[in-house]
Design a binder for this molecule. Structure first.
Ligand SMILES: Cc1cc2nc3c(=O)[nH]c(=O)nc-3n(C[C@H](O)[C@H](O)[C@H](O)COP(=O)(O)OP(=O)(O)OC[C@H]3O[C@@H](n4cnc5c(N)ncnc54)[C@H](O)[C@@H]3O)c2cc1C
Length: 488
């Protein structure tokens, strides 16, 4: 092996301080391993998507049913049976794990609405939990984080992993080349490295290469997940899986001022908002039911759940009644990177955002079309058709059942929308032991992964499944990493 001048050494390196990183680090630590977490973000902006998620995690009630449900969710995009079994077994233990460490598992109140695909076999296994009296507001994350803080687990912030150090002969992973203050920082892992550094939500090149139907898409979560784990794993010979699956797209506002998207109240499927509103594509025509309750970005097309069609550029077109009804942005800081971390104070009457040019205005629909670069004849016809349908109380084109109001009051406004996502599901292929696999399905020695970086979800997604899986495979990775014999 090429000798490295290691700057630091430990038993287990965990790359990424989100939910999966916590579960892996705490488990390995409690089994006697010395653990170091390397985190890319500065302290206070760490925690990844887990920190700003809605804070629910899945705890399945029955392993048999859970296996049946997951298999049905995967549909034609099959996952090996031993992986499904490992997931199903471990997902039943999430509450025990949390309670065993001093947490307070509480079931969400809105069961069974939380079952995303009730029509699939085994769906009755779904039980969604959070820590403490309410969900949202980073509360479950704060509990997870406290488990690391109360242990002798070292964390180095602003220290992204850049490369896995691999023995050229044995192919074992020996450590990590990270980066600190722009300089290489070599950390030796006597036992193993666990990759928990999230997906590629903020890497536009990977999005173009891997995600179906979107030429660009922006995160509603952490901007620090840029696909680094995928690049590092590829370099040491890993195979990839589920790269085309993601929890999106949805439609949101993306402005240069912030790295993540801003969610718009009127587009929320459950919310009524006063005034007239439609969404149109670059041809000036509507393309969907703006209030449809998509399932993490999937909608039925010809009877098959498929990613929603998002023709960019897209515009939300609305009237003065909506403009006057209150802030268009949902600034409630219960979930999402922008509300929780950026705390942007959107103006109550939307005037500041009009002045910034995030909202455009026209005295007539034809004027507005010219401002946003759409064909005035097409947009005028679309609005006229929508207004007729709204007055008749029936959306004959897309069957929209909510907010059937015409765009009645001038002036008119438009906001450009972008595809947005919660997270990507793809990454290095892993097995039931959380080992990262080569294309021939043999493990890369001493390399593990957990969380959304190469998640098990190949097609349909059950909400709260991601954090649930972070805990389940984080524990499996932590156990197996701690059990490795040190290489020196
Ligand atoms: C708005 C929103 C709501 C959601 N709600 C839910 C929910 O209620 N339930 C649910 O199950 N899922 C939810 N999800 C999805 C879920 O949050 C994530 O899939 C899950 O938290 C991912 O956990 P993780 O540990 O794999 O990654 P993350 O929590 O994203 O953590 C990854 C960490 O790795 C760090 N990192 C990145 N690159 C490097 C590098 N090179 N070196 C070191 N560190 C690196 C990042 O900074 C980050 O801290 C939601 C997501 C969003 C955006």
């Amino acid at each position: 092996m090429k000798p490295y001048a290691w700057d630091r050494e430990t038993d287990v390196i965990v790359l990424g301080f989100g939910g999966a990183g916590v579960a892996a680090a705490v488990t390995a630590h409690d089994l006697g391993a010395e653990v170091l977490i390397l985190e890319k973000a500065p302290e206070g902006r760490h925690g990844g998507n887990t920190r700003i998620a809605a804070q629910g995690y899945l705890n399945t009630s029955d392993a048999e049913k859970a296996a049946t449900y997951l298999e049905a969710l995967c549909g034609p995009y099959k996952v090996p049976d031993e992986m499904i079994r490992a997931w199903a077994r471990e997902m039943c233990l999430n509450n025990d794990w949390l309670a065993g460490l001093g947490g307070d598992p509480q079931e969400h109140q809105h069961q069974p609405e939380g079952i995303e695909y009730p029509e699939l076999p085994g769906s009755g296994c779904v039980h969604k939990f959070h820590d403490g009296p309410r969900y949202g507001y980073s509360l479950t994350w704060k509990r997870f984080e406290s488990f690391v803080r109360e242990r002798a687990i070292a964390v180095e912030y602003e220290t992204p992993g850049r490369e896995l150090i691999q023995d050229a002969t044995t192919r074992e992973i020996l450590g990590v080349r990270a980066e600190r203050d722009g300089k290489p920082h070599f950390v030796k892992a006597r036992k193993a490295v666990v990759l928990t550094c999230g997906g590629f939500e903020n890497n536009q090149e990977m999005i173009r290469d891997y995600l179906p139907g979107v030429s660009r898409c922006y995160p509603s979560g952490t901007p620090y997940n840029e696909g680094d784990g995928i690049a590092m794993a590829l370099e040491v010979g890993a195979d990839l899986w589920h790269m085309n699956n993601y929890a999106g797209p949805s439609l949101a506002l993306k402005v240069p001022d912030f790295p993540a998207t801003l969610s718009i109240q009127a587009l929320h499927f459950a919310k009524e908002f006063p005034g007239g509103m439609i969404v149109v594509g670059p041809d000036g025509r509507r393309f969907y039911d703006e209030k449809f309750k998509h399932r993490h970005g999937k909608v039925p097309i010809n009877g098959v759940w498929s990613p929603m069609h998002v023709p960019t550029p897209m515009f939300m077109v609305f009237d003065q009644d909506m403009m006057a009804a209150g802030p268009l942005y949902n600034k409630e800081p219960n979930r999402g990177w922008t509300p929780i971390m950026e705390r942007y104070d959107w103006s109550d009457d939307n005037s500041a955002e009009l002045a910034k040019g995030w909202i455009k205005r026209g005295d007539t629909i034809a004027d507005l079309s010219r401002v946003i670069g759409l064909d005035p004849v097409a947009l005028d016809a679309t609005v006229a058709r929508w207004n007729d349908q709204a007055k008749a109380g029936e959306d004959a084109d897309f069957g929209r059942g909510l907010m059937l109001a015409p765009l009645a009051t001038a002036p008119f406004y438009a906001m450009e929308l972008s595809p947005s996502m919660i997270n990507t599901q793809g990454g290095p292929r892993r097995n039931q032991n959380a080992q990262v696999l080569r294309p021939d399905r043999t493990p890369i020695p001493r390399l593990y992964s957990a969380g959304e970086l190469g998640s098990i979800y190949s097609y349909l997604y059950q909400g709260t499944g991601n954090i649930g899986e972070c805990l389940a495979f984080g524990r499996i990775a932590g156990r197996n990493a701690a059990a490795e014999a040190p290489w020196s």
